[in-house]
Design a protein around this ligand. Structure first.
Ligand code: FE2
Length: 260
């Protein structure tokens, strides 16, 4: 009886020690300092990012990594710019080194490349598409003006109509791809889509043209901020469009129509 009492007491004491130990462990886990601000996990500045030596360099980001927050937050922008875009650029430079494309303009590479060359197709597209994407964003909401505004009204009926069509195409896009506003072979504005990293300059484009605006619909562009809420990302992106820059692209594209 005495032995049974001490055995029971011993088990009870062990349980208390074990429970206390577990409790302490749980407390310690909870107390591990987790990053609470994006600044703690942001590792650099856009200007610090450089492509490896080669034909193409990445475009300068016209704002800081937190410049588009809260619509597109620092971690998303940093990852997109300094990882995804940089990788496409480095890979493109490797793919064209010592080939006929080594000193060619990116537009020519895209128009001429063999679509069966998967690496060149993906990386040349990825480089061009992201270069455009990062150049047509701005922290301050704008609306089209000048030549572009007139053409939008003339060809779409109104800016609202263009907005509806663009957003509708973006929401319909299944899987990774892009939606574009392009100047087609006749000099007309059109909304069109491409899959993966293809774009309207390539031979397989449904509507060929020069992109003047594009939305990246790959999950890496929005998943950290919006998860499955793609529509919210599309609406947020649309408020970040630098229409002044798109207007510049438009005027340049019009001068190149005859080259198609
Ligand atoms: Fe992207």
């Amino acid at each position: 009886m005495k032995n049974k009492f001490f055995t029971t007491l011993s088990i009870l004491a062990s349980s208390i020690v074990l429970f206390s130990c577990n409790d302490k462990q749980l407390t310690e886990v909870v107390e591990v300092p987790l990053p609470t601000k994006e600044e703690k996990i942001t590792i650099g500045k856009p200007d610090d990012v450089k492509a490896d030596p080669g034909s193409f360099e990445i475009t300068k980001l016209p704002f800081a990594y937190d410049g588009l927050a809260p619509q597109i937050r620092s971690l998303t922008l940093e990852t997109h710019y300094s990882k995804h875009y940089l990788t496409y650029t480095n890979n493109l430079n490797k793919e064209i080194a010592s080939t006929e494309f080594e000193n060619a303009p990116i537009e020519d590479i895209l128009k001429k490349l063999d679509l069966n060359n998967a690496k060149l197709r993906q990386n040349a597209g990825g480089y061009y598409n992201h270069t455009l994407y990062f150049n047509i964003l701005t922290p301050k909401e704008q609306t089209p003006k000048d030549t572009l505004a007139s053409s939008i009204n003339k060809e779409f009926g109104s800016f609202d109509n263009l907005t509806k069509q663009f957003k509708n195409e973006a929401n319909k896009q299944f899987g990774s791809g892009w939606v574009w506003l392009v100047v087609d072979k006749a000099g007309k504005l059109q909304v069109t889509t491409t899959e993966n990293q293809d774009n309207p300059l390539m031979k397989n484009a449904l509507i060929k043209g020069t992109p003047i605006l594009g939305i990246d619909l790959w999950e890496h562009a929005y998943y950290l901020d919006y998860q499955n809420r793609k529509k919210t990302y599309i609406d947020a992106f649309y408020k970040l469009i630098n229409w002044e820059k798109v207007n510049e692209n438009y005027k340049t594209a019009l001068t190149q129509v005859k080259k198609f």
